[in-house]
Design a protein around this ligand. Structure first.
Ligand SMILES: [Zn+2]
Length: 82
């Protein structure tokens, strides 16, 4: 099949919208959940801010069980507030 440009209509190329949106730190972290008895994707939640860093808790996305935590030591991270 051939596409023919319509007469009287100048075919102009639309400005290329380069909306290359990168994956915004969407980390697919998986941890073993004792309740689901499976490795499950987890949600990271800021638990509390300690003098030595911010304590994050990992929650299973399925049942919400805390499957781990970590302390981010003074990482210059953009704080996302939901
Ligand atoms: Zn679970």
């Amino acid at each position: 099949m051939r596409t023919i440009g319509r007469p009287g209509m100048s075919v102009r190329k639309a400005p290329a919208k380069t909306q290359t949106k990168q994956f915004e730190s969407l980390r697919a972290t998986e941890l073993y959940c004792p309740r689901c008895k499976h490795s499950m994707p987890v949600r990271e939640r800021l638990l509390l801010v300690l003098p030595e860093g911010e304590k994050y808790e990992y929650l299973c996305v399925r049942c919400g069980t805390s499957v781990g935590d970590r302390i981010a030591k003074g990482e210059p991270k953009p704080l996302i507030v939901y």
